[in-house]
Write a protein that binds this ligand. Structure first.
Ligand code: AKG
Ligand code: FE2
Length: 212
């Protein structure tokens, strides 16, 4: 069983832009994070994706879209219980309401996307703010035993060209960072080092402005 603990408080950090940080054993228990990682879909199921121009960001990573605006692209009943419980909880409106209120945002008519991402050695995502139609992002990391020398940190910046990040988060076992998208929400994923013994895995919950 894996269910997000919506009583978890998380820590609000104001700089460089407001974001919410969940430590290990808060949103998910350590045991749940371990189980989700152990049953993470095999990476061959994820589509390799590289983009170096023509977008707000460049990246090299693997990704699998699970849920897109009300539609599941996987059969939940065929997934391990820990995954189906967690994924169905993530798309419930009570979870979205809780998250957006924790982020002090508003969300009239948000549609959800849920995806998995996996950054192998050398994978990265360049600095960007996310698409203007994005309302919020929650990144839940499934990286037990991640070592500081393996790279892959989420770095938050106050400006597109700032030399140094104002906040840096190493991926962990069920740890999470969430924020409302804005023209100031500059962030990037540092390259995963050649010494990383495991890929950088995450479950991403994205809210988009409804076009209907
Ligand atoms: O995986 C992360 O920490 C952030 C990924 C990201 O910024 C994105 O997918 O737009
Ligand atoms: Fe992003």
């Amino acid at each position: 069983m894996s269910e997000l603990d919506i009583t978890a408080t998380g820590t609000t950090v104001d700089k460089p832009f407001p974001h919410l940080v969940f430590a290990e054993d808060t949103l998910l228990t350590r045991a749940e994070a371990d189980q989700l990682t152990a049953t993470f879909p095999h990476w061959s199921a994820l589509t390799s994706s590289t983009r170096t121009q023509g977008s707000d960001k460049s990246y090299s990573m693997n990704t699998l879209l699970l849920h897109d605006r009300g539609r599941w692209l996987v059969r939940l009943e065929q997934l391990p219980d820990c995954w189906s419980n967690l994924l169905s909880g993530l798309v419930e409106s009570s979870y979205r309401d809780w998250l957006v209120s924790r982020l002090c945002g508003t969300h009239d008519r948000v549609e959800l996307e849920v995806r998995l991402s996996e950054y192998p050695r050398g994978g990265w995502m360049s600095r960007h703010t996310d698409r203007p139609d994005k309302v919020f992002s929650q990144n839940i990391y499934l990286c037990p035993e991640w070592q500081p020398t393996w790279g892959g940190e989420l770095r938050l910046y106050h400006h597109e060209t700032a030399a140094h990040p104002q906040a840096t988060y190493r991926p962990g076992a069920g740890t999470s960072v969430a924020f409302m998208r804005s023209d100031r929400s500059w962030h990037e994923v540092a390259a995963v080092s050649d010494t990383a013994a495991a890929p950088r895995r995450a479950l991403l919950l994205h809210g988009y402005r409804s076009t209907m």
